[in-house]
Design a protein around this ligand. Sequence first.
Ligand code: ARG
Length: 559
Amino acid sequence: MDFKKELEKLLLKHVTPEHIHIEIPSNLQFGDYAFPCFSLAKELKKPPNQIAQELFSKIKNPSFLEEVKATGPYLNFFIKKDVFSKEVIGEILKKRSAYGSSLVGKGKTAVIDMSSPNIAKPFGIGHLRSTVIGNSIAQLLSFSGYKVIKVNYLGDWGTQFGKLIVAYRRWGSEKELQKSPIKHLYDLYVRFHKEAEKDEAFEKEARGWFKKLEENDAEAMRLWSMFRECSLKDFEKIYKRLGVTFDVVSGESKYNKEVDRVLLLMKDKGVLEESEEALIVNLDTYSLPAALIQKSDGTKLYLTRDIAAALERKNKYKADLLLYEVGSEQKLHFEQLRAVLKALGFSWAESIIHIHHGLYSFAEGKISTRKGNVIFVEDILDKAVALVHALIKEKNPGLAKKEKVAEIVGTSAVIFHDLINDRAKDIVFDWKKMLDFEGETGPYVQYAYVRICSILKKAKIRPKSPDYGLLKENQEQELIKKISLFPSVVSDAARQYKPHIIAKYVVDVAQSFSRFYENCQCISNDRKLTEARIALVIVTKQVIGNSLWLLGIKILEEM
Ligand code: ARG
Protein backbone atom coordinates (compact mmCIF):
# COMPACT_ATOMS: atom_id res chain seq x y z
CA MET A 1 0.00 0.00 0.00
CA ASP A 2 1.31 3.43 -0.94
CA PHE A 3 0.14 5.57 1.97
CA LYS A 4 0.95 8.80 0.24
CA LYS A 5 -1.23 7.87 -2.72
CA GLU A 6 -4.03 6.70 -0.43
CA LEU A 7 -3.96 10.02 1.42
CA GLU A 8 -4.00 11.91 -1.86
CA LYS A 9 -7.11 9.98 -2.86
CA LEU A 10 -8.67 10.81 0.46
CA LEU A 11 -7.94 14.52 0.09
CA LEU A 12 -9.12 14.56 -3.48
CA LYS A 13 -12.67 14.29 -2.19
CA HIS A 14 -12.32 17.78 -0.69
CA VAL A 15 -9.42 19.53 -2.46
CA THR A 16 -8.52 20.14 -6.11
CA PRO A 17 -5.50 18.08 -7.25
CA GLU A 18 -3.11 20.99 -7.87
CA HIS A 19 -3.17 21.85 -4.17
CA ILE A 20 -2.33 18.37 -2.96
CA HIS A 21 1.30 18.11 -1.88
CA ILE A 22 1.87 15.67 0.90
CA GLU A 23 5.00 16.07 2.99
CA ILE A 24 6.87 13.78 5.31
CA PRO A 25 7.41 15.63 8.59
CA SER A 26 10.90 15.35 10.03
CA ASN A 27 9.49 15.10 13.55
CA LEU A 28 7.49 11.99 14.46
CA GLN A 29 5.30 14.15 16.65
CA PHE A 30 3.68 15.55 13.51
CA GLY A 31 2.68 12.18 12.22
CA ASP A 32 3.81 10.11 9.28
CA TYR A 33 2.49 12.48 6.65
CA ALA A 34 1.37 16.06 6.64
CA PHE A 35 -0.73 18.19 4.37
CA PRO A 36 0.09 21.92 4.42
CA CYS A 37 -2.87 24.18 3.67
CA PHE A 38 -1.00 27.29 2.51
CA SER A 39 -1.59 27.01 -1.20
CA LEU A 40 -5.29 26.32 -0.63
CA ALA A 41 -5.48 29.35 1.65
CA LYS A 42 -4.47 31.61 -1.20
CA GLU A 43 -7.15 30.26 -3.47
CA LEU A 44 -9.93 30.14 -0.91
CA LYS A 45 -8.85 33.42 0.69
CA LYS A 46 -9.18 31.91 4.13
CA PRO A 47 -6.51 31.45 6.81
CA PRO A 48 -4.75 28.07 6.45
CA ASN A 49 -5.49 27.20 10.09
CA GLN A 50 -9.18 27.47 9.44
CA ILE A 51 -8.91 25.31 6.34
CA ALA A 52 -7.04 22.66 8.29
CA GLN A 53 -9.83 22.64 10.88
CA GLU A 54 -12.55 22.41 8.25
CA LEU A 55 -10.85 19.57 6.42
CA PHE A 56 -10.32 17.82 9.72
CA SER A 57 -14.03 17.78 10.43
CA LYS A 58 -14.86 16.52 6.94
CA ILE A 59 -12.38 13.67 6.67
CA LYS A 60 -13.49 10.16 7.58
CA ASN A 61 -10.62 8.03 8.77
CA PRO A 62 -9.90 5.06 6.55
CA SER A 63 -8.92 1.85 8.29
CA PHE A 64 -5.14 2.35 7.97
CA LEU A 65 -5.21 5.63 9.88
CA GLU A 66 -4.80 5.74 13.60
CA GLU A 67 -5.49 9.43 13.89
CA VAL A 68 -5.74 12.72 12.01
CA LYS A 69 -4.92 16.01 13.68
CA ALA A 70 -5.21 19.60 12.63
CA THR A 71 -2.13 21.38 13.94
CA GLY A 72 -2.06 25.03 12.95
CA PRO A 73 -1.96 25.23 9.15
CA TYR A 74 -1.32 21.49 8.76
CA LEU A 75 -3.27 18.29 8.74
CA ASN A 76 -1.20 15.54 10.31
CA PHE A 77 -1.82 11.91 9.53
CA PHE A 78 -0.81 9.08 11.82
CA ILE A 79 -0.77 5.64 10.23
CA LYS A 80 -1.58 2.67 12.45
CA LYS A 81 1.77 1.45 13.69
CA ASP A 82 1.29 -2.21 12.92
CA VAL A 83 -0.02 -1.45 9.44
CA PHE A 84 2.90 0.89 8.76
CA SER A 85 5.51 -1.57 10.02
CA LYS A 86 4.04 -4.41 8.03
CA GLU A 87 3.93 -2.34 4.84
CA VAL A 88 7.48 -1.01 5.14
CA ILE A 89 9.17 -4.21 6.21
CA GLY A 90 7.10 -6.28 3.79
CA GLU A 91 8.03 -4.04 0.90
CA ILE A 92 11.75 -4.21 1.64
CA LEU A 93 11.63 -7.97 2.02
CA LYS A 94 9.92 -8.18 -1.32
CA LYS A 95 12.14 -5.75 -3.23
CA ARG A 96 15.47 -6.43 -1.52
CA SER A 97 18.32 -4.93 -3.55
CA ALA A 98 15.78 -3.07 -5.70
CA TYR A 99 14.25 -1.31 -2.67
CA GLY A 100 14.52 2.43 -3.31
CA SER A 101 14.93 2.08 -7.06
CA SER A 102 12.57 3.78 -9.48
CA LEU A 103 11.81 4.17 -13.15
CA VAL A 104 11.92 7.96 -13.45
CA GLY A 105 14.74 7.73 -15.97
CA LYS A 106 13.29 4.84 -17.93
CA GLY A 107 14.12 5.07 -21.62
CA LYS A 108 16.60 7.89 -21.05
CA THR A 109 20.37 7.88 -21.39
CA ALA A 110 22.76 9.85 -19.22
CA VAL A 111 26.39 10.23 -20.23
CA ILE A 112 28.57 11.19 -17.30
CA ASP A 113 32.08 12.55 -17.78
CA MET A 114 33.96 11.65 -14.62
CA SER A 115 37.48 11.29 -13.22
CA SER A 116 39.14 12.53 -16.44
CA PRO A 117 42.68 12.98 -15.11
CA ASN A 118 45.51 14.46 -17.10
CA ILE A 119 48.38 12.40 -18.36
CA ALA A 120 51.65 13.82 -17.14
CA LYS A 121 50.05 15.74 -14.36
CA PRO A 122 49.36 13.90 -11.15
CA PHE A 123 46.10 12.14 -10.38
CA GLY A 124 45.26 14.69 -7.75
CA ILE A 125 42.67 15.01 -5.11
CA GLY A 126 40.34 16.89 -7.47
CA HIS A 127 40.28 13.85 -9.74
CA LEU A 128 39.60 11.68 -6.74
CA ARG A 129 36.53 13.79 -6.08
CA SER A 130 35.37 13.59 -9.64
CA THR A 131 35.90 9.81 -9.64
CA VAL A 132 34.00 8.97 -6.48
CA ILE A 133 31.24 11.57 -6.76
CA GLY A 134 30.79 10.76 -10.45
CA ASN A 135 30.63 7.06 -9.67
CA SER A 136 28.00 7.53 -7.01
CA ILE A 137 25.89 9.73 -9.27
CA ALA A 138 26.13 7.07 -11.95
CA GLN A 139 24.83 4.49 -9.45
CA LEU A 140 22.04 6.82 -8.36
CA LEU A 141 20.94 7.40 -11.94
CA SER A 142 20.99 3.78 -12.94
CA PHE A 143 19.04 2.98 -9.76
CA SER A 144 16.53 5.56 -11.00
CA GLY A 145 16.07 3.77 -14.29
CA TYR A 146 18.49 5.66 -16.54
CA LYS A 147 20.86 3.98 -18.91
CA VAL A 148 24.19 5.40 -17.75
CA ILE A 149 27.41 5.67 -19.73
CA LYS A 150 30.47 6.51 -17.65
CA VAL A 151 33.15 8.25 -19.68
CA ASN A 152 36.70 8.83 -18.58
CA TYR A 153 37.86 11.73 -20.74
CA LEU A 154 41.61 11.81 -20.34
CA GLY A 155 43.61 15.00 -20.61
CA ASP A 156 45.89 13.37 -23.16
CA TRP A 157 46.55 16.22 -25.55
CA GLY A 158 47.98 19.68 -25.26
CA THR A 159 51.18 21.66 -25.12
CA GLN A 160 52.29 19.85 -21.95
CA PHE A 161 53.21 16.88 -24.12
CA GLY A 162 55.82 18.91 -25.93
CA LYS A 163 57.33 19.74 -22.54
CA LEU A 164 57.24 16.15 -21.42
CA ILE A 165 58.92 14.90 -24.54
CA VAL A 166 61.75 17.39 -24.07
CA ALA A 167 62.13 16.46 -20.42
CA TYR A 168 61.95 12.74 -21.03
CA ARG A 169 64.54 12.83 -23.77
CA ARG A 170 66.90 14.69 -21.44
CA TRP A 171 66.33 13.16 -18.03
CA GLY A 172 63.80 10.37 -18.37
CA SER A 173 64.30 6.70 -17.62
CA GLU A 174 62.25 3.96 -19.17
CA LYS A 175 62.74 1.84 -16.07
CA GLU A 176 61.35 4.56 -13.81
CA LEU A 177 58.54 5.19 -16.22
CA GLN A 178 57.46 1.55 -16.12
CA LYS A 179 57.83 1.39 -12.37
CA SER A 180 55.81 4.43 -11.36
CA PRO A 181 54.64 6.30 -14.42
CA ILE A 182 52.55 9.03 -12.82
CA LYS A 183 55.24 10.03 -10.38
CA HIS A 184 58.05 9.84 -12.89
CA LEU A 185 56.19 11.94 -15.45
CA TYR A 186 55.30 14.43 -12.80
CA ASP A 187 58.93 14.71 -11.71
CA LEU A 188 59.88 15.38 -15.30
CA TYR A 189 57.16 17.95 -15.63
CA VAL A 190 58.30 19.79 -12.53
CA ARG A 191 61.94 19.63 -13.59
CA PHE A 192 61.08 20.99 -17.03
CA HIS A 193 59.48 24.06 -15.48
CA LYS A 194 62.42 24.63 -13.20
CA GLU A 195 64.91 24.50 -16.04
CA ALA A 196 62.69 26.51 -18.38
CA GLU A 197 62.70 29.35 -15.91
CA LYS A 198 66.44 29.64 -16.34
CA ASP A 199 66.62 29.00 -20.06
CA GLU A 200 64.04 30.10 -22.62
CA ALA A 201 65.29 27.57 -25.15
CA PHE A 202 63.33 24.84 -23.33
CA GLU A 203 59.92 26.34 -24.07
CA LYS A 204 60.84 26.82 -27.68
CA GLU A 205 61.99 23.24 -28.01
CA ALA A 206 58.78 22.06 -26.34
CA ARG A 207 56.64 24.01 -28.78
CA GLY A 208 58.58 22.39 -31.57
CA TRP A 209 57.86 18.92 -30.23
CA PHE A 210 54.22 19.64 -29.74
CA LYS A 211 54.03 20.82 -33.31
CA LYS A 212 55.64 17.55 -34.40
CA LEU A 213 53.07 15.70 -32.38
CA GLU A 214 50.25 17.56 -34.09
CA GLU A 215 51.85 16.56 -37.39
CA ASN A 216 51.97 12.89 -36.34
CA ASP A 217 55.77 12.68 -36.29
CA ALA A 218 56.71 9.04 -35.58
CA GLU A 219 59.07 9.64 -32.64
CA ALA A 220 56.75 12.18 -31.02
CA MET A 221 53.82 9.80 -31.37
CA ARG A 222 55.83 6.89 -29.98
CA LEU A 223 56.72 8.80 -26.83
CA TRP A 224 53.22 10.23 -26.47
CA SER A 225 51.54 6.85 -26.64
CA MET A 226 54.06 5.36 -24.25
CA PHE A 227 53.32 8.11 -21.69
CA ARG A 228 49.62 7.62 -22.18
CA GLU A 229 49.65 3.86 -21.86
CA CYS A 230 51.87 3.78 -18.77
CA SER A 231 49.84 6.43 -17.03
CA LEU A 232 46.61 4.67 -17.82
CA LYS A 233 47.98 1.49 -16.26
CA ASP A 234 48.81 3.47 -13.15
CA PHE A 235 45.36 5.07 -13.07
CA GLU A 236 43.84 1.60 -13.40
CA LYS A 237 45.45 0.63 -10.11
CA ILE A 238 43.73 3.53 -8.38
CA TYR A 239 40.39 2.76 -10.03
CA LYS A 240 40.65 -0.84 -8.95
CA ARG A 241 41.24 0.18 -5.35
CA LEU A 242 38.32 2.58 -5.50
CA GLY A 243 36.12 -0.01 -7.18
CA VAL A 244 35.35 2.26 -10.12
CA THR A 245 34.96 1.16 -13.72
CA PHE A 246 34.19 3.04 -16.94
CA ASP A 247 32.14 2.24 -20.01
CA VAL A 248 34.30 4.40 -22.25
CA VAL A 249 37.87 5.57 -21.86
CA SER A 250 38.46 8.32 -24.37
CA GLY A 251 40.36 11.56 -24.23
CA GLU A 252 41.13 14.89 -25.75
CA SER A 253 43.50 13.40 -28.33
CA LYS A 254 40.64 11.56 -30.00
CA TYR A 255 38.63 14.76 -30.49
CA ASN A 256 41.60 16.79 -31.56
CA LYS A 257 41.25 14.90 -34.83
CA GLU A 258 37.67 15.99 -35.17
CA VAL A 259 37.99 19.67 -34.50
CA ASP A 260 38.31 20.56 -38.16
CA ARG A 261 34.83 19.24 -38.73
CA VAL A 262 33.62 21.36 -35.84
CA LEU A 263 35.23 24.43 -37.36
CA LEU A 264 33.50 23.74 -40.67
CA LEU A 265 30.17 23.43 -38.92
CA MET A 266 30.76 26.71 -37.13
CA LYS A 267 31.67 28.48 -40.37
CA ASP A 268 28.61 26.98 -41.99
CA LYS A 269 26.33 28.33 -39.33
CA GLY A 270 28.10 31.65 -39.44
CA VAL A 271 29.09 31.81 -35.77
CA LEU A 272 32.86 31.89 -36.23
CA GLU A 273 34.61 35.25 -36.17
CA GLU A 274 38.21 36.26 -36.71
CA SER A 275 39.87 38.27 -34.01
CA GLU A 276 43.57 39.12 -34.15
CA GLU A 277 44.19 36.07 -36.33
CA ALA A 278 42.47 33.81 -33.83
CA LEU A 279 39.01 32.31 -34.28
CA ILE A 280 36.30 32.99 -31.73
CA VAL A 281 32.58 32.60 -31.12
CA ASN A 282 31.02 35.76 -29.77
CA LEU A 283 28.85 34.99 -26.76
CA ASP A 284 27.57 38.48 -25.93
CA THR A 285 23.96 37.27 -26.17
CA TYR A 286 24.72 34.87 -23.34
CA SER A 287 26.56 37.50 -21.31
CA LEU A 288 29.71 35.42 -21.50
CA PRO A 289 33.21 36.24 -22.72
CA ALA A 290 33.90 35.11 -26.29
CA ALA A 291 34.93 31.49 -26.69
CA LEU A 292 38.40 31.03 -28.16
CA ILE A 293 38.18 28.23 -30.71
CA GLN A 294 41.54 28.42 -32.46
CA LYS A 295 44.65 30.33 -31.41
CA SER A 296 46.49 32.61 -33.82
CA ASP A 297 49.16 29.93 -34.30
CA GLY A 298 46.52 27.45 -35.46
CA THR A 299 46.35 25.29 -32.32
CA LYS A 300 42.95 24.23 -31.06
CA LEU A 301 41.88 24.33 -27.48
CA TYR A 302 40.42 22.35 -24.61
CA LEU A 303 37.05 23.96 -25.34
CA THR A 304 37.19 23.13 -29.04
CA ARG A 305 37.80 19.48 -28.23
CA ASP A 306 34.97 19.47 -25.70
CA ILE A 307 32.59 20.78 -28.36
CA ALA A 308 33.54 17.88 -30.64
CA ALA A 309 33.16 15.41 -27.77
CA ALA A 310 29.74 16.75 -26.76
CA LEU A 311 28.47 16.44 -30.34
CA GLU A 312 29.57 12.84 -30.37
CA ARG A 313 27.97 12.05 -27.02
CA LYS A 314 24.70 13.48 -28.22
CA ASN A 315 24.74 11.73 -31.58
CA LYS A 316 26.37 8.40 -30.85
CA TYR A 317 24.78 7.67 -27.47
CA LYS A 318 21.56 9.63 -27.98
CA ALA A 319 22.25 11.19 -24.61
CA ASP A 320 19.34 12.89 -22.87
CA LEU A 321 21.63 14.17 -20.14
CA LEU A 322 25.22 15.31 -20.68
CA LEU A 323 26.77 15.41 -17.26
CA TYR A 324 30.27 16.59 -16.33
CA GLU A 325 31.56 15.95 -12.83
CA VAL A 326 34.36 18.52 -12.76
CA GLY A 327 35.75 21.05 -10.25
CA SER A 328 33.93 24.35 -9.83
CA GLU A 329 36.94 26.25 -11.17
CA GLN A 330 35.81 25.17 -14.64
CA LYS A 331 32.43 26.85 -14.33
CA LEU A 332 33.08 29.33 -17.13
CA HIS A 333 34.36 26.59 -19.42
CA PHE A 334 31.11 24.63 -19.21
CA GLU A 335 28.98 27.74 -19.52
CA GLN A 336 30.84 28.55 -22.71
CA LEU A 337 30.50 25.00 -23.95
CA ARG A 338 26.74 25.15 -23.49
CA ALA A 339 26.49 28.62 -25.01
CA VAL A 340 28.53 27.76 -28.11
CA LEU A 341 26.31 24.75 -28.77
CA LYS A 342 23.23 26.91 -28.31
CA ALA A 343 24.67 29.47 -30.69
CA LEU A 344 25.01 26.61 -33.16
CA GLY A 345 21.28 26.07 -32.80
CA PHE A 346 21.32 22.90 -30.71
CA SER A 347 18.52 23.14 -28.19
CA TRP A 348 19.77 19.98 -26.46
CA ALA A 349 22.67 22.09 -25.16
CA GLU A 350 20.35 22.72 -22.20
CA SER A 351 20.99 19.14 -21.12
CA ILE A 352 24.65 19.92 -20.44
CA ILE A 353 25.02 19.99 -16.70
CA HIS A 354 28.22 20.87 -14.91
CA ILE A 355 28.06 18.91 -11.69
CA HIS A 356 30.68 20.94 -9.96
CA HIS A 357 32.62 20.11 -6.82
CA GLY A 358 34.51 22.31 -4.38
CA LEU A 359 38.18 22.27 -3.46
CA TYR A 360 40.00 20.30 -0.82
CA SER A 361 42.18 22.05 1.68
CA PHE A 362 44.45 20.33 4.12
CA ALA A 363 44.36 20.69 7.87
CA GLU A 364 47.80 19.11 8.14
CA GLY A 365 50.23 19.50 5.28
CA LYS A 366 52.35 16.50 6.15
CA ILE A 367 51.41 14.02 3.51
CA SER A 368 52.49 16.28 0.68
CA THR A 369 55.36 14.65 -1.15
CA ARG A 370 58.87 15.94 -1.66
CA LYS A 371 57.79 17.10 -5.02
CA GLY A 372 56.07 20.23 -3.99
CA ASN A 373 52.49 20.78 -2.97
CA VAL A 374 50.93 17.95 -4.82
CA ILE A 375 49.19 15.24 -2.90
CA PHE A 376 49.01 11.92 -4.65
CA VAL A 377 45.82 9.94 -4.22
CA GLU A 378 47.82 6.74 -3.92
CA ASP A 379 49.62 8.15 -0.89
CA ILE A 380 46.33 9.11 0.72
CA LEU A 381 44.90 5.65 0.18
CA ASP A 382 48.08 4.00 1.47
CA LYS A 383 48.11 6.10 4.59
CA ALA A 384 44.43 5.45 5.33
CA VAL A 385 44.96 1.71 4.88
CA ALA A 386 48.02 1.72 7.15
CA LEU A 387 46.13 3.57 9.88
CA VAL A 388 43.24 1.13 9.71
CA HIS A 389 45.62 -1.81 9.72
CA ALA A 390 47.19 -0.54 12.94
CA LEU A 391 43.74 -0.09 14.48
CA ILE A 392 42.68 -3.62 13.59
CA LYS A 393 45.87 -5.07 15.09
CA GLU A 394 45.10 -3.23 18.30
CA LYS A 395 41.34 -3.86 18.52
CA ASN A 396 40.76 -7.16 16.80
CA PRO A 397 44.09 -9.01 16.63
CA GLY A 398 42.40 -12.35 15.91
CA LEU A 399 40.74 -11.18 12.70
CA ALA A 400 41.52 -13.23 9.61
CA LYS A 401 42.65 -11.51 6.40
CA LYS A 402 43.66 -8.30 8.15
CA GLU A 403 45.32 -6.84 5.06
CA LYS A 404 42.28 -7.31 2.89
CA VAL A 405 39.94 -5.81 5.48
CA ALA A 406 42.26 -2.87 6.08
CA GLU A 407 42.43 -2.19 2.35
CA ILE A 408 38.64 -2.11 2.07
CA VAL A 409 38.00 -0.11 5.24
CA GLY A 410 40.82 2.34 4.52
CA THR A 411 39.83 3.11 0.95
CA SER A 412 36.16 3.27 1.92
CA ALA A 413 36.99 5.78 4.63
CA VAL A 414 38.57 8.05 2.03
CA ILE A 415 35.61 7.66 -0.33
CA PHE A 416 33.04 8.24 2.38
CA HIS A 417 34.82 11.28 3.75
CA ASP A 418 34.57 12.81 0.32
CA LEU A 419 30.97 11.84 -0.30
CA ILE A 420 29.49 12.94 3.01
CA ASN A 421 30.37 16.53 2.26
CA ASP A 422 28.03 18.47 0.02
CA ARG A 423 30.00 18.33 -3.23
CA ALA A 424 29.32 21.99 -4.00
CA LYS A 425 31.25 23.07 -0.90
CA ASP A 426 34.96 23.10 -0.20
CA ILE A 427 36.17 20.50 2.27
CA VAL A 428 38.95 20.31 4.78
CA PHE A 429 40.78 17.03 4.57
CA ASP A 430 40.86 15.66 8.08
CA TRP A 431 42.36 12.26 8.96
CA LYS A 432 40.78 12.18 12.40
CA LYS A 433 37.30 12.85 11.09
CA MET A 434 37.77 10.37 8.32
CA LEU A 435 38.78 7.40 10.44
CA ASP A 436 36.68 8.00 13.54
CA PHE A 437 34.79 4.76 14.16
CA GLU A 438 32.21 6.65 16.21
CA GLY A 439 31.70 9.58 13.87
CA GLU A 440 29.98 10.14 10.54
CA THR A 441 32.41 7.90 8.70
CA GLY A 442 32.68 4.97 6.35
CA PRO A 443 34.15 2.73 9.07
CA TYR A 444 31.24 3.56 11.37
CA VAL A 445 28.66 2.49 8.81
CA GLN A 446 30.62 -0.57 7.74
CA TYR A 447 30.90 -1.54 11.37
CA ALA A 448 27.14 -1.24 11.87
CA TYR A 449 26.70 -3.57 8.90
CA VAL A 450 29.18 -6.06 10.35
CA ARG A 451 27.35 -6.02 13.67
CA ILE A 452 24.08 -6.73 11.93
CA CYS A 453 25.67 -9.68 10.15
CA SER A 454 26.84 -11.12 13.41
CA ILE A 455 23.40 -10.70 15.05
CA LEU A 456 21.81 -12.53 12.15
CA LYS A 457 24.37 -15.30 12.39
CA LYS A 458 23.65 -15.70 16.08
CA ALA A 459 19.86 -15.56 15.69
CA LYS A 460 19.78 -18.59 13.42
CA ILE A 461 16.04 -18.14 12.84
CA ARG A 462 14.45 -16.84 9.68
CA PRO A 463 11.17 -15.03 10.32
CA LYS A 464 8.26 -16.68 8.49
CA SER A 465 5.21 -14.56 9.21
CA PRO A 466 6.23 -12.15 11.94
CA ASP A 467 3.69 -10.16 13.93
CA TYR A 468 4.84 -6.58 13.29
CA GLY A 469 2.32 -5.31 15.80
CA LEU A 470 4.89 -6.39 18.42
CA LEU A 471 7.33 -3.68 17.34
CA LYS A 472 6.00 -1.03 19.67
CA GLU A 473 9.10 0.51 21.22
CA ASN A 474 10.02 4.05 20.22
CA GLN A 475 13.40 2.94 18.91
CA GLU A 476 11.73 0.31 16.76
CA GLN A 477 9.26 2.80 15.37
CA GLU A 478 12.00 5.36 14.76
CA LEU A 479 14.07 2.82 12.82
CA ILE A 480 11.10 1.69 10.73
CA LYS A 481 10.29 5.28 9.95
CA LYS A 482 13.89 5.96 8.84
CA ILE A 483 14.10 3.00 6.53
CA SER A 484 10.73 3.87 5.04
CA LEU A 485 12.23 7.15 3.85
CA PHE A 486 14.90 5.52 1.70
CA PRO A 487 13.06 5.78 -1.66
CA SER A 488 12.42 9.49 -1.22
CA VAL A 489 16.01 10.07 -0.08
CA VAL A 490 17.28 8.32 -3.21
CA SER A 491 15.08 10.42 -5.39
CA ASP A 492 16.27 13.67 -3.75
CA ALA A 493 19.91 12.67 -4.11
CA ALA A 494 19.49 11.66 -7.75
CA ARG A 495 17.56 14.78 -8.69
CA GLN A 496 20.18 17.08 -7.17
CA TYR A 497 23.17 14.92 -8.15
CA LYS A 498 24.20 14.95 -4.50
CA PRO A 499 25.53 11.73 -2.99
CA HIS A 500 26.01 13.36 0.42
CA ILE A 501 22.25 13.05 0.93
CA ILE A 502 22.69 9.26 0.86
CA ALA A 503 25.85 9.36 3.00
CA LYS A 504 24.18 11.42 5.71
CA TYR A 505 21.11 9.23 5.56
CA VAL A 506 23.00 5.97 5.97
CA VAL A 507 24.83 7.34 9.02
CA ASP A 508 21.45 8.29 10.41
CA VAL A 509 20.08 4.79 9.83
CA ALA A 510 23.17 3.24 11.45
CA GLN A 511 22.70 5.50 14.47
CA SER A 512 19.01 4.61 14.74
CA PHE A 513 19.93 0.99 14.48
CA SER A 514 22.41 1.31 17.28
CA ARG A 515 19.78 2.96 19.55
CA PHE A 516 17.38 0.16 18.71
CA TYR A 517 20.00 -2.48 19.42
CA GLU A 518 20.91 -0.97 22.78
CA ASN A 519 17.32 -0.74 23.96
CA CYS A 520 15.59 -3.72 22.45
CA GLN A 521 16.91 -7.18 23.03
CA CYS A 522 16.92 -8.76 19.59
CA ILE A 523 17.23 -12.39 20.53
CA SER A 524 15.19 -13.52 23.51
CA ASN A 525 13.06 -16.42 24.72
CA ASP A 526 10.02 -14.67 23.30
CA ARG A 527 10.04 -16.36 19.95
CA LYS A 528 7.38 -14.16 18.35
CA LEU A 529 9.14 -10.96 19.38
CA THR A 530 12.51 -12.32 18.26
CA GLU A 531 11.04 -13.09 14.85
CA ALA A 532 9.65 -9.57 14.42
CA ARG A 533 12.88 -7.94 15.57
CA ILE A 534 15.03 -10.14 13.38
CA ALA A 535 12.89 -9.15 10.41
CA LEU A 536 13.59 -5.53 11.27
CA VAL A 537 17.32 -6.29 11.48
CA ILE A 538 17.24 -7.98 8.08
CA VAL A 539 15.61 -5.03 6.37
CA THR A 540 17.93 -2.55 8.07
CA LYS A 541 20.84 -4.55 6.70
CA GLN A 542 19.28 -4.30 3.27
CA VAL A 543 18.84 -0.53 3.45
CA ILE A 544 22.40 0.04 4.68
CA GLY A 545 23.66 -2.31 1.96
CA ASN A 546 21.69 -0.53 -0.76
CA SER A 547 22.94 2.85 0.47
CA LEU A 548 26.56 1.73 0.46
CA TRP A 549 26.11 0.34 -3.02
CA LEU A 550 24.85 3.74 -4.17
CA LEU A 551 27.95 5.33 -2.67
CA GLY A 552 30.23 2.83 -4.36
CA ILE A 553 31.44 1.46 -1.05
CA LYS A 554 32.21 -2.20 -0.53
CA ILE A 555 30.49 -4.02 2.28
CA LEU A 556 32.16 -6.37 4.71
CA GLU A 557 30.71 -9.14 6.82
CA GLU A 558 33.55 -9.07 9.31
CA MET A 559 36.05 -6.50 10.49
N1 ARG B 1 41.22 16.80 -17.64
C1 ARG B 1 40.49 17.90 -17.10
C2 ARG B 1 41.18 18.44 -15.85
O1 ARG B 1 41.79 17.70 -15.15
C3 ARG B 1 39.08 17.56 -16.74
C4 ARG B 1 38.24 17.13 -17.91
C5 ARG B 1 36.79 17.23 -17.63
N2 ARG B 1 35.99 16.82 -18.71
C6 ARG B 1 35.75 17.53 -19.81
N3 ARG B 1 35.01 17.01 -20.73
N4 ARG B 1 36.24 18.72 -19.96
O2 ARG B 1 41.10 19.60 -15.56
